[in-house]
Design a protein around this ligand. Structure first.
Ligand code: ZN
Length: 480
């Protein structure tokens, strides 16, 4: 008897025999090593929000193209997977969808020291790309905490940001070229290696940040930079939030463009990551109004002393209350570990994590009002704020005991609704996925969303690529 189940968004009902015949076609394309289903797939996906019955692992672009063509012909949705480090459920799969992973496409093709580019397949893990660049005394401009799992393709698809956006921008600013496979299997070779190339539309930008809804990225040309010789890294205690604006500007001016990170931790966050059960002693006391982790990278080792004297000048000016500098790489890593130790927040219980962006001048008030509103509604709640403040990005983690789905709606509204008037963003760097699509209208107006739908329709008219992520597809004639 055929089993019929709805996919996440499409409403298309797939019967068992049609899926079986698609699986047979996929097997012919990728061979037994390239397809996982049945008990093997259940084991692999157990505990994850994945309900797909089949996962394909193509070995090259030709196979990706053939897989997409087959799924397109069968009208079956495809959910592309990178390193699964995303936080907005953009890669969750439904029972009538096929998972496409590029985990077998992990070849670094070239590190070109003259052009200063890295050409790689999309399944390459960021850390591996960083090591390949470092071996040639170069560096990948984008870095983030999930570097050990995040793949270049996933980072392109989600326009990943991270810890040095202030200086180097997001993926969008560092990708020179892409190879992408469209929904119907058409391969678009746009592997441009040039920094300057104004020959018509910049096609790659369409796909960067499209969250797998417009095409599957198969190869990438990344821009590389000269590797820094050293870092000046310091944890600062600040008197209050009002200091952050002037401090950021004066630090950036004094460091002459070398400031690469300006991370901020509100006191509740700093306390959580610097008191037991967190490891180690707090490098600064717990009585400051705000904490900033700042870093300057440099090609010239002598700049280290300059960094310390710049900080002491800013201390004399009252913008910094206390500071501790990293004297070596181990101390530098220890300061970053503090900022990255988000796991400490989980001792309180399950967390809801937010990733928002707003103008710096409004951020201090916004965070205080949000904290007040959350505690007024749920007195036993916890609210921690931290983030990449140098680029306007704040992460807020909230724990509300026994959070119901109605409570979650209220909480989301407390976080997102005030952003509309401030022209803030409901997603600074994590994307929209499934989780934030009902809030897209806070940050994007109806004409912008209509244009997004038109682009989706032009590139994927039958809606087989990650449908229902970012926004719902308009339905016509019972189709998506
Ligand atoms: Zn972040």
């Amino acid at each position: 008897m055929p089993v019929a189940q709805e996919s996440i968004e499409s409403g298309v009902v797939m019967d068992c025999s049609a899926m079986q015949s698609l699986i047979a076609s996929l097997l012919r394309i990728v061979g037994p090593k390239g397809l996982v289903h049945g008990a093997d797939l259940s084991m692999r996906l157990s505990g994850k929000p994945q309900r797909a019955e089949v996962l394909v692992r193509p070995a090259d672009t030709g196979e990706v193209s053939a897989v997409l063509a087959a799924c397109h012909a069968a009208g079956v949705a495809v959910v592309p997977h990178g390193g699964l480090t995303g936080l907005v459920h953009g890669a969750d799969s439904g029972p009538d969808e096929v998972i496409l992973t590029l985990e077998r496409m992990r070849r670094i093709e070239t590190v070109d020291t003259s052009q200063r580019t890295l050409v790689a397949e999309a399944g390459v893990v960021l850390e591996v790309a960083q090591a390949a660049a470092a071996a040639a005394c170069l560096s990948v401009p984008v870095d983030l905490g999930a570097r050990g799992s995040a793949t270049l393709g996933g980072m392109v698809a989600t326009n990943a940001g991270g810890n040095s956006v202030l200086r180097h921008g997001m993926m969008r600013d560092n990708v020179l070229g892409l190879e992408v496979v469209l929904a119907d299997g058409t391969v678009i070779d746009s592997m441009n290696p040039l920094v300057k190339n104004n020959t018509g539309y910049d096609i790659k930008q369409l796909f960067i940040g499209s969250e797998g809804t417009l095409g599957v990225v198969t190869r990438v040309v990344l821009r590389l930079l000269e590797a820094p010789c050293g870092y000046g890294t310091a944890l600062l205690g600040l008197p209050d939030f009002a200091c952050t604006g002037p401090l950021l500007r004066r630090l950036d001016q004094a460091l002459d463009g070398r400031l690469s990170s300006f991370e901020v931790m509100w006191p509740e966050f700093y306390r959580a990551v610097s008191t037991p059960p967190a490891a180690g002693r707090p490098p600064l006391s717990h009585d400051h109004g705000l904490y900033a982790l700042v870093e300057a990278s440099s090609r010239v080792p002598e700049h280290d002393e300059g960094f310390a004297s710049i900080l002491s000048e800013l201390m004399e000016q009252g913008l910094i209350a206390d500071a501790t500098l990293a004297n070596n790489e181990r101390e530098r890593q220890a300061l970053w570990a503090l900022r990255d130790d988000v796991a400490q927040l989980r001792h309180a219980g399950p967390l809801v994590a937010y990733d928002i962006s707003l103008p710096l001048a409004d951020t201090g008030d916004y965070v205080e009002r949000l904290r007040g509103a959350i505690l007024a509604r749920w007195p036993a709640a916890h609210c921690w704020a931290f983030g990449h403040l140098g680029d306007g990005n704040v992460h807020v983690a909230v724990h509300v005991p026994d959070l119901s789905s109605d409570d979650r709606q209220v909480l989301d509204s407390l976080v997102y609704s005030p952003l509309q008037a401030l022209r803030g963003s409901v997603s600074a760097e994590h994307g929209i996925g499934l989780e934030k699509k009902s809030w897209l209208g806070i940050s994007r107006n109806p004409t912008e969303i209509a244009l997004m739908r038109a682009l989706k329709h032009a590139l994927d008219p039958t809606g087989v690529l990650n449908p229902g992520r970012i926004f719902d597809l308009q339905r016509s004639g019972g189709q998506r």
